[in-house]
Structures are given as C-alpha cells and as structure tokens.
Design a binder for this molecule. Structure first.
Ligand code: GTP
Ligand code: MG
Length: 292
C-alpha cells in the first residue's frame, strides 16, 4: 500500500486548485481567474482502495514580492515542500516560462524530492508546449511528465497512477472516505471568498478576507445560521462589494449559500455584511491567523 504527502506547487493561476479538485472528485480548494486565490496550505485526500492514499497540500501560487502578505503565503509554499514526500509541479502551458518559474525550479531541485511535472490547460491547444517541455527538460529531472486539462478532466487517470507510484509505502493516514480535513468555518469562509473575488475580480479581489462572526445551529429545522463579514481594506472599496442597491453582495450571498448547502449536511442561512479593517494586509497578528 502506498501513502504519502504531495505538495502542489506552481505559479499563480496555473490551475493547482482546479487540479486538486479534479483528482479528488470534490470541491476542496476554491478557484478563480484572479492570481493568488489560494492563500493557505489546503489538504485534499485521494484514496485508491487498491493502491493507497495521497494527501495533497495545495499551496498559494509562487509569486515574487517583498510584501508582508506575500511573505506569509510563501511560507505556506516552503513548509508544504518540506513536509511533502513528493512534489507535483503544475505549469500553465499557455504562458511563457518566466522568472517565477526559474525560482520554482530552484525550490523543487533543492528539495531533492521525487517530482511529477504537469503541463496543464492542454485543452486550449497551447502553441508553445514543445518549447516549454524542452526548456523544463534541461532544468528538472521529473519521474514523469504529463499533459493534462484539470478543467476538462483529461489525462487525470494516468496522472493519478504516476502520483501514487511516487509515494512511499505506508498505511492510510485518513479514513478512506475523507477528502479534506478543513474546519467547517474555514471552508465556509473560503466559499464566500471565492464567490466574492469572482464578482469583484477587476476591482478588489486581493483586498478581501472573510471573517466568520458566529454560527448557530437549530436542531429542529436542521439549519445553521451563519453570520460573516466580507472585510475590505478601505472605506472606498465597500461599494465594489455591495454594488448598486446591494446587488453584488446579494449575488455573492446567494451563490455562497447555494454551494454551502451542497457541501454541508444541514441547511445554511447566510447573513453577509461588509466591513472595513484598514490596511489589514499589513497587520502581523491578523495575517498569522488568516494565512496559517
Ligand atoms: N482552460 C483551462 N483553464 C484552466 C485549467 N485549469 C485551471 N484553469 C483555470 O485557470 C484559472 C486558475 O485556476 P486555479 O485552479 O484557481 O489556479 P491556482 O493555480 O490554484 O491559482 P492560485 O491559487 O491563485 O495560485 C481558473 O480560471 C481556472 O478555471 C485547464 O485545464 N484549462
Ligand atoms: Mg489555488
């Protein structure tokens, strides 16, 4: 039986979280067009009852910036690599390899861990795929190179086989029906954030975090009442999230509520409000909590 941790690394928007969800068959990690959607180290579990279990560590997109906010996120990338038995490096084959890619290659090589290289977004028929393969072949020595579409579920079966082969021998780390270990409140906050950043992707996606205020369960109606705040950095950003006559926040609330109702075994009633926490991305005490 195989069993191991695999860190998923790559540039922002390479499709790491989409790929995690497709491999595991569940919506585990939120996804969006906007770079740096994932902020935390998110565990997703894939079990093949014959072959073994993989615990994936989805990570924030690798990005170079000295900002405090980014540094905390990059900590999650570094710690995931050091905790992992193997690495799945996801490359967006629609983009040129850039400086960030060079940095990731260095991280991956320095770790000396088994590497599976994934060229994603193959459904777009990327023109320079041969060139990317050639450049990467000079720089990394993967156990396998696979071309996949995380979005269209192409090439995934073979990828799963290669990933499980890259794991060490060992027993299951989680019961076979588990697919994530995220706390319910964290998942709720993430789903709300996804719906919010998809709505305001051109305005304030990075300035948002979700603060869970309180939850209250009513056993008689099997309903969880959830109150949360969409928190922005400045007064001037509130309007983007609220929208004309409250249209935007209403759409965010309804979209999040619908998805949460599918995830949890109880009904969810969401009360969503907007709040300002000035320059929250510079506050260590807050970042430590949000980006852990
Ligand atoms: N065409 C195409 N688009 C994809 C594919 N995989 C992901 N995407 C899109 O790429 C965008 C980014 O996807 P994510 O899964 O959020 O990317 P990520 O690497 O997790 O991004 P960060 O968390 O920001 O680092 C989304 O709009 C996805 O729908 C794919 O195989 N094909
Ligand atoms: Mg992601």
């Amino acid at each position: 039986m195989k069993s191991g941790f695999i860190a998923i690394v790559g540039r922002p928007s390479a499709g790491k979280s989409t790929l995690l969800n497709t491999i595991c068959g569940y919506k585990i990690s939120i996804t969006a067009e906007t770079p740096q959607t994932t902020r935390n180290k998110i565990r997703g579990i894939y079990t093949d009852e014959d072959k073994g279990q993989i615990v994936f560590l989805d990570t924030p997109g690798y990005h170079i910036s000295e900002k405090k906010f980014n540094n905390y996120m990059m900590e999650n990338v570094h710690s995931s690599i050091s905790e992992a038995d193997a690495i799945m490096y996801v490359v967006d084959s629609t983009r040129e390899l850039g400086k960030e890619e060079q940095e990731i290659i260095k991280l991956v090589n320095d770790s000396k861990k088994p590497l599976i290289l994934v060229l994603n977004k193959i459904d777009t028929k990327p023109k320079n795929i041969m060139e990317i393969r050639g450049l990467l072949a000079v720089n990394v020595k993967p156990e396998a190179v696979l071309e996949v579409s995380a979005l269209k579920n192409e090439g995934i079966e073979l990828l799963k086989q290669r990933l499980i082969e890259a794991c060490p021998d060992g027993p299951y780390m989680y019961p076979p029906d588990y697919y994530t270990d995220q706390e319910p409140e964290f998942r709720m906050a993430e789903v709300i954030r996804e719906k919010a950043i998809r709505r305001v992707k051109d305005e304030v996606p990075h300035a948002i975090y979700v603060e869970m205020a309180d939850t209250d369960y009513d056993a008689e109606t099997n309903t969880m009442f959830v109150r949360a705040f969409l928190t922005v950095e400045q007064e001037s950003q509130k309007g983007f999230v609220i929208g004309h006559q409250g249209e935007t926040i209403k759409k965010i609330r309804i979209g999040a509520q619908r998805e949460l109702n599918n995830i949890f075994p109880y009904k969810i009633k969401l009360d969503l409000r907007v709040k300002v926490n000035k320059r929250w991305r510079r506050k260590d005490y807050l970042l430590k909590g949000i980006l852990k």
